[in-house]
Design a protein around this ligand. Structure first.
Ligand SMILES: Cc1ncc(COP(=O)(O)O)c(C=O)c1O
Length: 397
């Protein structure tokens, strides 16, 4: 992360193709395009990147989650299990469909604890959504087993983990549906954009129609298309897709740079006895978008976070104290602060969050520090950063 650091000639060429013919929309206008179909080309490219049968591009990662769930028929009153550590998009996307987010503890993988998932299943549970946070993954075998046993859908939010793999398969391609974001700070960026991937043809056709007002996309006269069911507008534009098309071709290069920088930083911290690293399940290969490590306790993690700032080390977070990614500070969610009325079921579920203890998650997130891996660093800068990080840590423990 992030792909915008390496924006260049390839991206400009793809965007200029679109600007030159003036067709900014992904559907229709066949005669004006001079053969340029950037969204379609990106979908084809992503099919091979993710080794998946179907890809539906959408307007964001948040849209990808809503479209994935809607495509599998999840809606009002259905419960979707999700982790306490994620981005706010997870519950937003669930609640947009009138479904109920059920938050459960994470473990040292930094995502869903399969035991906590199993304990949270009720007769209303329809899906488990794992969020592959900070470039790595949860115990996918265990989660798949829980889902199969209970006849639940497994949805993977791999927005932060593009390029990571589990037992040789790309993250996002393992569950029933996978979701990606190509927003400005993701490893591959379109500016704004996202994708739903699946091997299930029905879900794919549903995603294709649902993300474009329910259009069936049959024939070449948009006005004559029928609407087999209600939809919405979650379309990506050709301009955004053009940027992504250039970026996705560079994914192996981006992952290699991330891995190199991650390895230098990790090696510098590995000899500090008080530091341990995030658990990666056996058979898992991170995308190296972040380096995550644990300190003995919250107090030490806070001291190290302060020391990092003093040493000028940016882009490292202890999410226990941060408003973005952890349940502790999602007061707007717990207070159900919505511009419009929410269903009583959703309100009741959110209200429970005010009194639910997530002590296991607190213990994991409290000790964790998550450092973004930038691609634009020179080798000298990474080495200097690595020494400073080690020095900052040892100065406070
Ligand atoms: C894990 C996760 N899921 C979903 C999203 C939403 O993606 P977008 O910003 O494209 O809506 C993000 C964005 O940061 C994310 O980190």
């Amino acid at each position: 992360m992030p792909g915008f650091e390496l924006f260049g000639d390839l991206e400009r060429k793809e965007v200029n193709d679109v600007l030159d013919n003036g067709v900014l929309m992904r559907y229709g206008f066949d005669g004006m395009r001079n053969g340029h179909w950037k969204a379609k080309a990106l979908e084809t490219e992503l099919q091979s990147t993710f080794q998946t049968s179907h890809v539906q591009l959408v307007s964001s990662g948040t849209a990808a989650v809503s479209v994935a769930l809607a495509s599998a028929g999840i809606g009002a009153g259905d419960e979707v299990i999700m982790p306490t550590f994620t981005f706010v998009a997870s519950f937003e996307a669930i609640m947009m469909l009138g479904a109920i987010p059920v938050l459960v503890d994470i473990d040292e993988t930094l995502t869903l604890d399969p035991k906590a998932v199993e304990a949270a299943i009720t007769s209303k549970t329809k899906a488990v959504m794992i969020v592959q946070m900070c470039g790595s993954m949860g115990d996918l075998d265990a989660l798949q087993a829980v889902c199969s046993k209970n006849n639940l859908l497994l949805v993977e939010d791999a927005c932060q983990a593009i390029g990571g793999t589990y037992k040789g398969k790309p993250l996002g391609s393992i569950g029933d549906l996978g979701c990606f974001s190509f927003d400005f700070v993701k490893t591959i960026t379109c500016g704004e954009g996202g994708a739903v991937i699946t091997n299930n043809e029905t879900y794919y056709v549903n995603a294709d129609h649902y993300s474009d007002h329910g259009h069936d996309h049959i024939g070449s006269d948009r006005g004559a298309e029928t609407h087999p069911f209600l939809g919405y507008n979650f379309r990506i534009s050709e301009l955004h897709a053009a940027v992504g098309l250039a970026q996705v071709k560079r994914l192996p290069e981006f992952i290699a740079i991330q891995k190199k920088h991650y390895t230098i930083l990790r090696n510098a911290l590995a000899d500090i006895p008080e530091v341990s690293f995030r658990k990666v399940p056996e058979g898992g290969e991170e995308s190296y978008a972040f380096l995550n490590f644990f300190l003995p306790d919250l107090e030490t993690a806070r001291k190290v976070t302060t020391a990092f700032k003093e040493y000028g080390i940016d882009a490292c977070w202890n999410y226990f104290d941060n408003n973005w990614h952890y349940v502790r500070k999602w007061h707007h969610l717990k207070d159900a602060k919505s511009l419009y009325p929410l269903t009583s079921e959703i309100k009741a579920s959110l209200s429970k969050l005010k009194t639910t203890e997530f002590s296991q998650s607190d213990a994991v997130i409290g000790r964790n520090i998550s450092c973004l891996i930038k691609m634009s660093w020179t080798e000298g800068e990474v080495n200097e950063r690595a020494s400073k990080m080690a020095e900052a840590i040892t100065s406070v423990i």
